[in-house]
Design a protein around this ligand. Structure first.
Ligand SMILES: [Zn+2]
Length: 392
């Protein structure tokens, strides 16, 4: 594999063993792996990549602009100019809640979701390891992103999605040339079909590839200039929280940010295994037996990175909040009426942010970032149906 100077291989989040860059799970214990870096090289990379105020030295160029602090540089990365997404002011929530509230909207990514950051790195790793095909189970958006990045890299892609996944993601997976396997039932059924039928394809499943959560860390890199005190993130497998925790920890270690912000998981009440685990102060999650939420992207009853999400929340003194389907849709609609396109998935972060504000989790003078991981255009049915229930 053609890797960067700073990249030093992979290590296991569970047992700490070091292993080669082409591994999937830990060879010793089966735990999730993460990339590791030479401290001095990473510090030197940050010195070049960030201005004194924490803003990226380059404002365009996709993930490749952070290449020296990633496993792959601009020459090697499979890119579609992902990232560099807007960070919008939210004056109404700022007035109502107390802290300065900003919305990081990931809709501006090439396929409309934050998962593009993950696929840029994970598909690069697959190609560098000689894979000819990639495959993954997904609630939907990951299938479209995998198909697009695989096509960019000249690889075949195969997605296993539950039948309830949105029409748009299924259609666009096919449009990008990916193979679509629609599995009756819910996400665990798609996961089972993936395990049975993936064949020799290189797995892009959450936490099986060490490179998706590494791609997610670039969200922290883009938030460095705003130096948030708290980030609220809609959570399914935990990739986003783990990426934010690792990214901000790196930035704090080299002094780009003062400290790692408090990280909050937001989940719909009908499928909130991380929130339930947090309430019990557990270090692992118990699967949800009967998941039921309108937010299909977040309906993951047994998250692959549940324990790591709990660790990110605990280590940063953050928390985890469940919100009902009606409030999360209403918050998305309120935002839309104020001109901010927010998906139902993103509405989960907004409603959780409001709950946290009511509980006194934020102080005046703080900066709180809410993340909307996916374009509202992909969830028009959810938002429109809520309007119809109001007689509109
Ligand atoms: Zn291990």
């Amino acid at each position: 594999m053609q890797t960067t100077e700073a990249f030093a291989g992979l290590f296991c989040l569970d047992c700490g063993v070091d292993t080669g860059a082409d591994s999937h799970r830990c060879p010793s214990c089966g735990g999730a792996l993460v990339p590791t870096y030479d401290d001095a090289s990473l510090a030197a990379a940050h010195e070049r990549l960030f201005a004194d105020d924490g803003s990226p030295a380059r404002s365009t160029g996709g993930l490749a602009r952070f290449g020296p602090a990633l496993p792959f540089d601009a020459e090697t990365l499979v890119g579609l100019s992902e990232g560099a997404t807007p960070l919008l002011s939210c004056p109404e929530w700022t007035d109502e809640w107390g802290p300065e509230v900003r919305l990081k909207t990931e809709a501006a990514n090439p396929t409309g979701g934050t998962v593009d950051r993950q696929m840029a790195l994970a598909v690069t790793a697959a190609r560098e390891q000689g894979a000819e095909a990639v495959a993954l189970p997904t609630t939907g958006p990951g299938g479209q992103a995998a198909a697009a990045y695989a096509a960019r890299a000249g690889l075949a892609a195969s997605a296993f999605v539950p039948s309830r996944s949105s029409f748009d993601t299924k259609a666009m997976t096919n449009v990008h040339g990916g193979e679509m396997n629609v599995v009756g039932g819910r996400y665990p059924d798609a996961l089972a079909a993936f395990a049975d039928r993936r064949g020799a394809a290189h797995s892009l499943a959450p936490f099986e590839t060490p490179y998706r959560h590494e791609g997610a860390k670039t969200l922290a890199y883009e938030l460095a200039a705003c130096d948030p005190d708290a980030v609220v993130y809609p959570t399914s497998h935990g990739i986003g929280l783990v990426g934010l925790h690792r990214g901000f920890s790196e930035l704090a270690a080299t002094g780009v940010v003062d400290e790692v912000p408090r990280l909050y998981a937001a989940q719909p009440g009908g499928c909130a295994p991380v929130v339930e685990g947090w309430k019990e102060r557990n270090t692992a999650v118990d699967p949800v037996e009967y998941p039921d939420t309108i937010v299909g992207t977040l309906e993951v009853p047994d998250p692959a990175g549940g324990a790591h999400a709990l660790e990110a929340v605990a280590a940063t003194d953050g928390g985890a909040v469940a919100v009902g389907d009606d409030p999360l849709q209403d918050m998305a609609l309120d935002a839309a009426r104020a001109g901010l396109p927010v998906s139902a998935t993103g509405g989960t972060a907004v409603a959780a942010g409001e709950t946290l504000a009511e509980r006194g989790a934020f102080r005046d003078g703080e900066t709180v970032v809410l993340v909307d991981p996916v374009t509202a255009n992909r969830e028009t049915d959810l938002l429109r149906s809520r309007l119809m229930s109001e007689g509109v």
